[in-house]
Design a protein around this ligand. Structure first.
Ligand code: NAD
Ligand code: GLY
Length: 364
């Protein structure tokens, strides 16, 4: 079992990572003393597979269970879902010691976390992430949000969970596409902070893609540790430290927006191309060697993630990129690799270098 402490002023919490953890989750939740009445936010896809195991474990520990289903897609991160959840929780909340369990991927984690943040100005919540992306990224660090029609994640708050309880065995039923989606973020952690993790993926990518128990525990554990250390240094994304998590995300977000957040590009797929573009920009600026840029691109390709952009016109991508919120005082801000395991945040990268890298990654 892996335990990682997230040390934040006045609100430290644990990430527990274990294959098969769901069976004993009730006992663990008792220890965290969040409450005795769980409002589980989930969707019907996840609940059909794991609902019974979660309910059984909670009830065995004397925790009552009330389930709230939300739509199975980004659509769930809406005011409609938020209001519905708040109305239902309000009606249910009578002489109860309520806490929220976010039982799902990043969509559910973001929505349930935000609901817990605003109900009665904050009630406890626990993240039980069920996708690789949620296990290594979105469940850790307290960013909660819903979307507006103009862009994603514009309404939210920093609200830390009481614990993140991660069962890697749950990934067995995750689709290959969603699994690879999360793997893009794991590769990102290797590039920004951990050469050892990057080399592990290079050596063991077949075992990882086969969802080998030991390999999953290793990559989820290492990635969670890196995210925890970054969040500890910059909980509210103010000092620039947390910005390194955005490696590949500036161009990645522009790709997602240019594709109108459709299933043409999932987040991790867009980030994968964004990492290739960022590596090429670093190469053009003389920050990194051609062999290192080639190694990053080769690993992304080997695990089956895209490295080239198809079906989106350059002009549309440029428009989305210019709207990105990572611009500071009118200047762009990009996270660029220096070597495997280290990145730098660079402001005011020449447009010509960005366009050249994007063009090199476009399939016409
Ligand atoms: P998701 O939550 O939509 O889940 C992907 C799909 O997998 C869904 O259809 C879901 O029902 C299904 N699923 C989940 N677990 C499963 C399992 N174990 N077995 C079978 N099917 C399963 O997508 P995601 O990639 O997890 O999350 C994306 C969201 O995360 C976006 O909204 C993004 O904005 C957000 N995000 C937030 C942060 C943060 O720091 N808060 C960071 C990154 C991403
Ligand atoms: N996913 C980026 C962050 O948590 O800051």
């Amino acid at each position: 079992m892996g335990k990682i402490k997230v040390r934040l002023k006045g609100k430290a919490y644990e990430i527990v990572i274990r294959h098969g953890l769901l069976k004993t989750i009730g006992v663990m939740l008792r220890r965290y003393a969040c409450g005795s009445d769980a409002v589980v936010v989930s969707n019907k896809t996840i609940w059909a597979i794991y609902g019974r195991a979660l309910t059984t474990s909670l009830k065995k520990s004397g925790i009552s269970v009330h389930v709230e289903f939300v739509p199975d897609s980004e659509r769930a991160k809406s005011f409609t879902s938020l209001k519905r959840l708040l109305d239902h929780i309000g009606a249910y909340d009578e002489r109860k010691r309520l806490f929220v369990i976010a039982f799902g991927g990043g969509v559910i984690g973001d929505l349930a976390g935000f609901t817990a943040a605003v109900y009665k100005r904050g009630i406890p919540y626990v993240q039980v992430p069920t996708t690789l992306l949620a296990q290594v990224d979105s469940s850790i660090g307290g960013k909660t949000a819903i979307d507006l029609s103009v862009a994603k994640n514009l309404v939210g708050s920093f609200y830390q969970p009481r614990a993140v309880l991660t069962d890697t065995s749950i990934l067995a039923t995750l689709s290959e596409r969603h699994f690879k989606n999360g793997l893009a973020e794991v590769i990102k952690y290797g590039v920004i902070a951990d050469r050892g993790l990057f080399e592990y993926i290079e050596r063991h990518y077949r075992k990882i893609l086969a969802k080998d128990t030991e390999a999953l525990e290793y990559i989820v554990g290492r990635a969670s540790q890196i995210k925890a250390r970054v969040v500890e240094k910059d909980e509210f994304d103010r000092t620039g430290v947390r910005a390194i998590l955005n490696f590949g995300h500036t161009i990645g977000h522009a790709i997602e927006a240019a594709a109108s957040y459709s299933s043409q590009y999932h987040h991790g797929e867009a980030i994968a191309i964004g990492m290739v573009v960022a590596s090429r920009i670093a190469l053009t600026l003389g920050m990194m060697s051609a062999s290192t840029a080639g190694r990053i691109e080769a690993l992304i390709e080997r695990v089956g993630l895209p490295t080239r952009l198809k079906g989106i016109p350059l002009s549309r991508l440029e428009r989305s990129y210019l709207r990105d919120k990572k611009f500071v005082r009118g200047k762009n801000r990009l996270v660029l690799p220096v070597c495997i395991g280290r990145v730098k945040v660079i402001e005011g990268v020449p447009d010509a270098a960005i366009k050249k890298a994007i063009r090199a990654c476009m399939v016409h």
